[in-house]
Design a protein around this ligand. Sequence first.
Ligand SMILES: [Mg+2]
Length: 318
Amino acid sequence: MAPQKRPVEEVDSLLNDVRVVLCDIEGTTTPLSFVKEKLEPYITENLESYLDAHYDEEEMQADVKSLRELAVKDKEAKTEGVVEIPDTTDSNKADVIKALVKNISWQMGQDRKSTELKQFQGHIWREAYKRGKVQAELFEDVAPAMQHLMEEGIMVCTYSSGSVDAQKLLFGHTTDGDLQELISEFFDTTVGPKNESDSYKNIVQKLAQDGQEMLAEEVIFLTDIPAEAAAAVKAGMKCALVERIGNPELTDEDRMNYPVIETFDELFGDDDEEDMKRLATEGNGDAGDDDDEDDDDDLGEEEEEGDEDEAEGEADEA
Ligand SMILES: [Mg+2]
């Protein structure tokens, strides 16, 4: 049986004193199935022809060089299954491409998050998006919530293992249109891996550099992965786990440790369907309230138990 959701009054405080909402992408803003069933297969299906068509370009040769250097490091570290990439000569294009296909397929099969691989993937996806072969999917609550946050003066940033270029492409080509202007900063693993707290400290520092002071506790990180949440919290950030359809199930312990939301709408402390419709049409939460649907923080104390049960029932069905 699913454990009970945290009380509304606790969720209500998620955006208190928050100036930045930092979003993970896969499993948080975007279904895992989009990555697994659309983006990754696109590479598998187009890898060889892409390498062949762009082989002589400067960008491609830079990618090849960094993938080759990674393979050398992998070899030195005795990484199992590593595929080496021969040095480029005037006459060995076919051999290099053959090795690249094997190396990239091997890395993807291992679900590696190497910056070298992500960089190359970003380049192949750029062509896919620009040619209209791929359109990014977002959960339907994401774009309206990002818009709403921007209107409230809260910055939205992303932090993903996908490269910054790949993130910009994704948000630039969504089924909801080009949403890049809703996102203030994109962060990738050049700030560090997602399960290390130093990475989140680096992000706070970078946010501070872009203008004014920034405290870690003024940032809330939204992710589907508890280990990432733990790293962010260790760095002083607030955090909520996002439970989406298609994600691996959270454990009871995860639910005890972190607030859990199912949609970004819940950031606004308001999972009542009617209120969400009102927010969507008015673009803010402070108009037209009557006495019994007050948004104040003390609502929970006054709320009768019956109402809470009803709210839980609705949330479970959603
Ligand atoms: Mg994720």
